[in-house]
Design a binder for this molecule. Structure first.
Ligand code: SAM
Length: 168
């Protein structure tokens, strides 16, 4: 799986909304008619920006929330997409259209799952992506003792919060 994000891109874009960054990273790399899976599609904000760049890709969006899927349906009404209501904690029972996936997107979603379930999602993605497929993953990651980007000030903040018993 090629990596499509770099530290430099992240630095340049970290203040930009995620719904802009993802299409920027993915858009031009997608083939016409490519199949794209979004695990935790939410209200479809990423696809709202991605589909104008690649109008003929086929998106399968998965989310556990009927309310979010309903918002996605309204937002993406002109686009070619299929929405599936499914709990990612049970990823193995997710049944997908048979076309090979050129890309899988998971944005700000995986942190909702416990770590063993996250690992199952990674395995699922690895199994279903076509060879050389694209995996776009963006999320908050908690690394309590590790230095972070920049001057490390957020790492110091984390340590202080942990000492104070705030693990959120
Ligand atoms: C912060 S939103 C991100 C939505 C979208 N990816 C975006 O960037 O705009 C997180 C989404 O994950 C979904 N979600 C949370 N836990 C889930 C689970 N166990 N299975 C499926 N979807 C889940 C929520 O319903 C929500 O739509």
């Amino acid at each position: 799986m090629p990596s499509i994000g770099t530290g430099r891109i992240w630095k340049a874009t970290r203040s930009a909304p995620v719904s802009w960054i993802c299409p920027f990273l993915l858009g031009r790399r997608l083939r016409p008619h490519a199949a794209v899976l979004d695990l935790g599609i939410g209200s479809g904000k990423v696809e709202e920006r991605l589909l104008p760049l690649r109008p003929n890709v086929r998106v399968v969006g998965v989310d556990a929330s009927a309310a979010m899927l309903s918002l996605a349906k309204q937002r993406l009404k002109e686009a070619q997409f299929r929405l599936i209501r499914h709990d990612l904690n049970d990823i193995e029972s997710l049944s997908l259209p048979s076309a090979p996936l050129q890309a899988v997107i998971i944005v700000q979603t995986l942190h909702h799952l416990p770590h063993p379930k996250q690992r199952e999602v990674y395995r699922f993605v690895h199994r279903h992506l076509e060879p050389g497929g694209l995996f776009l993953f963006m999320d908050r990651v908690r690394l309590p003792a590790a230095p972070t980007c920049g001057n490390g000030s957020s790492s110091k903040r984390n340590t202080r919060a942990e000492k104070a018993g705030n693990n959120s």
